[in-house]
Design a protein around this ligand. Structure first.
Ligand code: B12
Length: 475
């Protein structure tokens, strides 16, 4: 059996460490015919990677590049340099194994990352089918130049060999994350990732999801999804399960069906999800979610200004955002809200429209993240706007330095000032560039949670402490 080493290059622990779901899925699909080992750099920053390579002696090494930067114009963290200089290049120096790159970050900037790493191959997009085909063909010594989604060496341009297509059904294998990596350190703050579908049919102007996953939803069967959760829970015990879909409640009815299956089996699970789409949300959905075991959701309308919702291509209107917020509040479903200011057409009036919505509709016990500036990614509608408005030049690299779009209707400084003002008046509002709570606050929160056996989301505990500290004049 030929040997394959898969390396998770991601070491970012904020907002919490995320397990390498993609690599575990790839491993699950390959391990019948390949001897696969995963090296997870998350907690040891890759210090033992060279030893693993020397001992395991892989024929091929796949590096997963998930994060490029933290998408924040203020306090921007750029991850690529470290991943290349500390993880990929040292391995390249000591092995003759073929180096293959993949992952969502890689798929956004494939050519530039091939050049920077001088890797042998790269796979754009999802890997289940393409990676297996590539490995099998390389192993037989076959030509792989014409393979779709595959880059060969740093010289290839995106051509027939890399035209990006989205595959049909994705693997029905379970990731079994806890069997593939040491899941213990993820238990405390992280979650067990579950994907219920791929694809996104929405057209948010800045977003990479349709490029990464395709524009058509490809759903898994609710029975399979709940089997996966049930089996994982029987192995790992009480853990938070997190849905990692672009939007959880798309297409309409799928999320409801998953919740019903969980309820039918009387599972006692803790669940959270990002991406609730206002258009397909309803009281029925939130009621089912509460009953199924959701203890936290992320709501990401980006704006509550009708002009911005339209300019950002969100595909839902203010009324639908208001309805969603009302339903969330009715069921007291702990929610982290995300607003993204600075899109095309943003000005002080549109900012105020969103603020009015926050004041009227959002539970003050829920957290509101306020971000500024839109990260510009290749092949998105925002890239075209940025070109037209001469924010970027034709041919300019968007990889580094990271490029952000700001509306020309308000200066960047003024926008940040408005966010600062809004967050100092409202304790539940936080400027996303300044989200990390002070260490002392985190320690107090952990202590309180342990003493009182609190099961509420961490953000609610932190928010209460923040209010107390403010009351005592400590903030
Ligand atoms: C869910 C999600 C989150 C959740 C994660 C929850 C969790 N428990 O995992 C939360 C909200 C916490 C989150 C946070 C962040 N995220 Co996020 N997230 C996503 C999202 C929507 C899905 C990721 C996922 O799990 N996909 C499912 C798995 C199965 O897919 P996959 O890992 O990509 O693997 C497949 C392929 O990539 C490929 N593949 C992967 N590795 C390899 C390796 C080889 C060798 C090969 C051949 C193929 C291959 O095959 C796999 C199977 O098909 C993506 C966008 C997207 N649609 O992909 C953004 C995304 C990954 N996130 C992104 C970012 C920036 C972040 C943050 C830095 C944001 C921030 N400022 O906090 C943090 C970082 C968190 C961390 N600790 O690393 C960016 C990364 C690119 C970039 N711009 O840098 C993305 C792409 C979104 C975007 N803006 O475009 N995120």
């Amino acid at each position: 059996m030929k040997k394959l080493l898969l390396v998770n290059c991601n070491t970012e622990k904020a907002p919490y460490p995320v397990p390498p779901l993609g690599l575990c899925l790839l491993s699950a699909g390959l391990e019948d015919d390949w001897e696969v080992s995963i090296y997870d750099c998350m907690f040891d920053e890759g210090v033992d990677l060279i030893n693993r390579v020397l001992q395991f002696k892989p024929d091929y090494i796949g590096f997963s590049i998930r994060n490029i930067d933290n998408t924040m114009p203020d306090n921007c963290v750029y991850y690529v340099d470290n991943q290349i200089s500390r993880i990929i290049l040292p391995v390249k120096k000591i092995t003759s194994a073929k180096i293959i790159l993949g992952g969502s970050g890689f798929s956004i900037f494939p050519q530039e990352l091939m050049e920077l790493t001088q890797a042998d191959y790269g796979i754009i997009g999802e890997g289940e089918t393409a990676f297996r085909q590539l490995l099998d063909s390389l192993d037989k010594g076959e030509d792989v130049f014409s393979f779709r989604n595959v880059l060969v060496g740093s010289g290839t341009k995106a051509g027939s060999g890399s035209a990006y297509i989205h595959q049909g059904l994705f693997s029905d294998r379970f990731s079994e994350i806890d069997r593939k990596i040491d899941f213990t350190p993820y238990r405390e703050r992280g979650a067990y990732s579950i994907q219920t579908k791929r694809g996104c049919s929405h057209g948010c102007i800045y977003c990479t999801y349709p490029l990464l996953e395709g524009t058509a939803f490809r759903t898994r069967k609710p029975v399979d999804i709940v089997d996966e959760i049930e089996q994982a829970q029987s192995r790992v015990g009480d853990v938070m399960f997190e849905f990692v879909d672009s939007t959880f409640n798309d297409p309409r009815g799928h999320a409801e069906a998953i919740c019903r299956e969980i309820i039918r089996r009387k599972l006692r699970v803790r669940l959270r999800t990002m991406g609730i789409n206002p258009r397909n949300s309803s009281e029925e959905l939130f009621e089912l979610m509460m009953e199924a075991g959701f203890i936290q959701i992320d709501a990401t309308p980006d704006s509550a200004s009708p002009i911005l919702l339209s300019n950002l291509g969100k595909g839902f209107d203010l009324h639908e955002v208001q309805q969603m917020a009302t339903a969330i509040r009715k069921f007291n479903l702990p929610t982290m809200w995300f607003f993204l200011f600075g899109g095309p057409g943003e000005n002080s009036e549109t900012f105020k429209e969103t603020l009015d919505f926050i004041d009227q509709y959002i539970n003050p016990e829920d957290l509101v993240y306020m971000a500024s500036g839109l990260r510009v990614y290749p092949n998105t509608p925002l890239e075209k706007t940025a070109l037209q408005e001469q924010v970027i030049k034709p041919g300019q690299s968007l990889l580094y330095p990271p490029v952000f779009y700001f509306s020309n209707g308000i200066t960047r400084d003024r926008l940040v000032q408005l966010i600062h003002d809004a967050s100092s008046d409202r304790l539940n509002c936080i400027y996303s560039a300044e989200t990390r709570p002070p260490l002392e606050m985190l320690q107090e929160a952990h202590k309180l949670r342990a003493e009182q056996k609190l099961k509420e989301p961490m953000f609610r505990t932190l928010l209460r402490i923040r209010k107390e500290w403010k009351g005592k004049g400590l903030l």
